[in-house]
Design a protein around this ligand. Structure first.
Ligand code: ATP
Ligand code: MG
Length: 242
């Protein structure tokens, strides 16, 4: 499908480089790097880019088959995915099934890994300088980032994504603790799921053991993280190439 897997480099984040192919498509190249604590810890991680691209392509494909509109067009079998360019909303949408991570920092009254009575959906402003602060729906509306109806739609898509991913993970003996989504608008102003779905953006446990980037946050080496992403892909049934 992709006739051109390169283009002008238009953005470089911590996890990916973004290239413009034409006025419709972007290429996202997943880097062989792992970072934590807003980039304070950073290591070379050979093989990670391909594994995270594969996870993203596989899970976006799964969601697409369940009717979740998303930006994925194709995967090159290596570190790049071809996506539809969107007008991104600069917020991170987090869905939580169990109490963990930054949730516990703001709500220390709950025990780690308590299952919530229902999945929680929360919004954070994408801002490394401010450490992605929690924001309210009113904040988002007042800042003109999205309207109430669009936020309602985002919440319902996020919850549906959670059902699809959680069911799939459970069928593979995994537990989905929480994950982060990003959304954008296409040219017809439809909300579209974007960015990535990988061990960098999901917390996934097998028998209580993390297979995701939490390992690196807790001090594991980049090499051990790559091994764990390999294990995650094997368990999820993520193909090694297209
Ligand atoms: N379909 C899309 N169209 C346009 N931009 C997108 C699309 N999907 C994702 N993006 C954006 O591309 C960028 C991917 O880069 P990357 O994730 O490395 O950086 P980042 O999220 O800005 O920062 P961080 O280093 O904290 O992850 C993000 O800014 C993301 O919001
Ligand atoms: Mg990112």
């Amino acid at each position: 499908m992709a006739s051109n897997w390169t283009g002008e480099l238009i953005y470089e984040g911590k996890a990916k480089r973004v290239y413009r192919v034409d006025n419709e498509f972007l290429v996202m190249e997943f880097k062989d790097e792992v970072t934590a604590f807003d980039g304070a810890r950073k290591e070379h991680a050979p093989g990670k880019g391909r594994l995270a691209a594969a996870q993203t392509a596989f899970l976006m494909g799964l969601l697409g088959r369940h009717g979740i509109r998303n930006h994925l067009v194709d995967w090159d079998g290596d570190r790049k995915i071809l996506v539809r360019e969107l007008r991104m909303i600069p917020i991170e949408v987090i869905v939580r099934n169990y109490a963990y991570g930054s949730f516990l920092k703001r709500m220390p009254l709950m025990k780690p890994m308590t299952k919530f009575s229902k999945p929680l959906v929360e919004f954070h402003l994408k801002s490394d300088e401010l450490h992605d602060p929690l924001i309210t729906t009113d904040d988002i509306i007042e800042a003109g980032l999205a309207g109430q109806e669009q936020l309602n739609e985002i919440i319902s898509i996020a919850l549906r994504v959670n059902e699809i991913l959680s069911d799939y993970m459970v069928s593979r003996g995994l537990m989905l603790v929480d994950f982060k989504l990003e959304f954008g608008f296409d040219k017809s102003n439809n909300l579209v799921l974007a960015d990535e779905l990988s061990g960098d953006t999901m917390r996934v446990l097998i028998n209580g053991r993390h297979l995701d980037k939490e390992l690196f946050r807790k001090g594991a080496s980049a090499m051990d993280l790559v091994k764990s992403y390999e294990e995650m892909n094997k368990i999820l049934g993520v193909p090694l190439n297209t």
